[in-house]
Design a binder for this molecule. Structure first.
Ligand code: PMP
Length: 413
């Protein structure tokens, strides 16, 4: 179910999905039934005595990965998952330094906040030592432009047939960072999202992630793919966002959509990396029988209802309709995204200047009054983000487009 109802019975098309969390839809009957059954059976044992449901789930989750990614740690949130990923990377490499991309968001703990390479996501703490931020390869707002997937090309950008030539400039900047700021032999890991979520759906120029990955490997670091927003088929073409970049991460972190709203998150890695962290990991609630039951039901629903395919098809349709809307509404500066992870970069009409943050709130309220829920992202809070339950259909898209059309009319100059 992609609709929410208020106390007066008014319905709203939910394009927020509990911040990319309600993956298979609100109150999905299969997930709800599985949870009910587990609630009546057993809530909790801790990982001292593991319930068989946990093994069932982990087996199913691992089947979604290829290669050596076979060890799963179940935790409760994306922040915890990234924190553990950092511990594993440091333990395995014996190194201390971490690189992430500017304006990324990886969670809220005293350590992980250092990865959040923008003041507004990190306040009030300074960057802890040993944490470095590479320039974000942002084709629309970055200094060098660049092109991305065919469905969401940046107008007037380079539009390269293969890898984007601009990606080399950003990789060069990463290389400079490695040579000049990370003490030699101290790199533990590079953390990156496949598409930046909180930063307003920033898709990197084609080829960037692959080249960055190769560079990081050359410097002895691990590649940590934060799939908290991009995982579980949301980007349509592949089940995991990193597959779209042709890389095989050393560690993958999962949260949000994994539990459809139930507290569940995970870290997936190789036996070799897990072995380097030779103390057994303890997390009281991480993956208790209820969470594991929900996680398994979510994976089954994604398969049974072919939600990845729906993300691909409905997402493409959504992007196409938004691009049509962009032609008549100059307030839409950029339409981007993949599958059902979409961003609309709003601008002062006729310029590339980000629309005022106050306008974002006004638009959000106007759209809500017409029955659609939207969220905002981006460093300047001017990006409408569309990350709905993965079960929305073309009729829902048409409805959302008609509402956006009406609201953006107020911004025609
Ligand atoms: N990584 C990404 C990409 C996220 O978007 C978020 C949450 N917005 C997190 C990690 C942190 O997840 P949580 O809020 O569950 O700690």
């Amino acid at each position: 179910m992609q609709w929410l109802f208020d106390h007066d019975g008014r319905r709203y098309l939910d394009l927020v999905g509990g911040v990319v969390t309600v993956s298979v839809g609100h109150c999905h009957p299969k997930v709800t039934a599985a949870l009910h059954e587990q609630i009546d059976t057993l809530w909790h044992t801790t990982n001292v005595y593991r319930h068989p449901k946990i093994y069932d789930y982990v087996e199913k989750l691992v089947s979604k990965f290829s290669g050596d990614l076979k060890v799963v740690y179940l935790v409760n949130s994306g922040s915890e998952a990234n924190d553990l990923a950092m511990i594993l990377a440091k333990a395995y490499t014996g190194n201390s330094d971490i690189i992430s991309l500017q304006r990324s968001y990886h969670g809220y703990s005293s350590t992980i906040m250092g990865l959040n390479a923008t003041q507004s996501y990190r306040m009030p703490i300074p960057v802890p030592s040993g944490m470095h931020h590479a320039m974000v390869p942002d084709p629309f707002r970055g200094i060098w432009g660049g092109c991305r997937d065919s469905i969401s090309q940046v107008p007037n950008s380079c539009n390269c047939p293969g890898d984007c030539i601009t990606s080399d400039k950003y990789v060069h900047q990463l290389s400079e960072l490695l040579d000049n700021s990370v003490p030699s032999g101290r790199l533990a890991a590079f953390f990156a999202e496949s598409i930046q979520g909180v930063n307003g759906v920033v898709q990197f120029p084609k080829g960037y992630i692959k080249k960055a990955y190769e560079l990081i490997k050359k410097h002895g670091g691990l590649y940590v793919a934060d799939e908290v927003q991009t995982g579980f088929g949301r980007t349509g073409d592949s089940f995991w966002g990193f597959q779209n970049h042709g890389v095989q991460p050393d560690i993958v972190t999962l949260a949000k959509g994994i539990g459809n709203g139930f507290p569940l998150a995970a870290v997936v890695t190789t036996k070799e990396i897990a072995a380097a962290h030779n103390k057994s990991y303890f997390n009281t609630f991480g993956g208790n029988p209820m969470a594991a039951t929900v996680g398994k039901a979510v994976l089954e629903v994604i398969e049974e209802e072919e939600l990845q395919q729906n993300c691909k098809e409905t997402g493409k349709y959504f992007l196409e309709q938004l691009m049509e809307l962009q032609k008549i509404h100059p307030v839409i500066g950029d339409v981007r995204g993949k599958g059902l992870m979409i961003g609309l970069d709003l601008v002062e009409p006729g310029t590339k200047q980000a629309l005022n943050m106050a306008d974002s709130s006004v638009i959000q309220e106007m759209v809500k009054d017409l029955g659609v829920l939207l969220a905002y992202g981006g460093k300047l809070y001017n990006v409408v983000t569309i990350k709905p339950p993965m079960c929305i259909n073309k009729n829902d898209v048409d409805y959302a487009i008609s509402v956006l059309d009406q609201v953006f009319d107020f911004y025609k100059k």
